[in-house]
Design a protein around this ligand. Structure first.
Ligand SMILES: [Zn+2]
Length: 267
């Protein structure tokens, strides 16, 4: 009986200069930038020396706080009720299904941008597919790692990093997912460009975000500078400019899921 060889994990690169890093037990080092990135409890931290924007820093602290309850049915159903989403309690399952469909046939390595407690990383990993999750909140990453250890999940690798400076070399990922966070990135175009940078040509992108609409949560959050709820027709120009094609949106209340594909040069 032949055994499937495990997929080689993607090596981390310096988020500043994108060169490969040297690793030892407790740290990753960039000899070009003379930077050391510590590994804390199995999670490389690429942000310990980075001064986050105040809104981003607040968001990271909020996520640290909600990490233990983030995946509970109660939290999800309250959040989705405020967002006018049908059958809110099943939102995680529906988004996971959307990601799985977009990634159908994709083997190798997938990046989960703003992965939270590895909510979808854990659901899309398979013997033929590794997942690298990154998030700005160490709290959600620790929670994610606890779930991974509890459920004996193989092939999910977590790191603290931000979408604007991903700690990977160019063109290494076979697919990318991003759930519940595109509207929170301060610079949509910069974020999408950086995501495209680490993808292979033709690789699929699968996103869940929110569009603007008349909901309690939107009324509460409107005019907050850190929140960018999209109008549907705003998104496609960003994607095209960042190097994506085949934009396919699906709308449910204010929940938008969409897929796109990194442009591949003509054969
Ligand atoms: Zn460097």
């Amino acid at each position: 009986m032949s055994e499937i060889a495990p997929i080689k994990p993607i090596s981390y690169a310096c988020p500043k200069c994108k060169r490969p890093l040297r690793s030892n037990e407790n740290a990753l080092q960039c000899s070009d930038c003379n930077q050391t990135y510590l590994i804390e409890g199995g999670i490389p931290d690429f942000l310990s020396q980075v001064k986050l924007a105040p809104a981003t820093s607040r968001l990271a602290k909020t996520m640290d706080f909600v990490a233990p309850i983030y995946e509970t049915r109660l939290f999800v159903s309250v959040l989705t009720k405020l967002s006018n989403v049908n059958n809110g309690a099943q939102l995680f399952d529906r988004v996971a299904r959307f990601h799985s469909e977009t990634l159908e046939g994709v083997t190798g390595s997938v990046l989960d941008v703003a992965c939270g407690p590895a909510t979808y990383s854990r659901r899309i990993v398979s013997p033929s597919r590794n997942v690298n999750g990154i998030d700005i909140s160490m709290g959600v990453l620790r929670q994610g790692l606890a779930y991974i250890v509890r459920d004996h999940i193989q092939g999910v690798h977590l790191a603290r990093a931000r979408v604007e400076e991903l700690p990977f070399e160019d063109g290494v990922f076979d697919g990318v997912i991003c759930s519940g966070s595109l509207h929170l990135f301060p610079d949509t175009l910069l974020s999408l460009r950086e995501i495209a940078r680490v993808m292979k040509p033709g690789a699929p992108l699968s996103v869940q975000t929110f569009v603007s609409g008349k909901t309690v949560i939107n009324r509460f959050l409107q005019n907050r500078s850190w929140l960018h709820t999209f109008k549907l027709d705003e998104l496609q120009p960003y994607l095209v400019e960042a190097g994506f094609e085949e934009f396919r949106p699906e709308l449910d209340g204010i929940v938008l899921t969409f897929s796109a594909r990194k442009v591949a040069p003509p054969a």
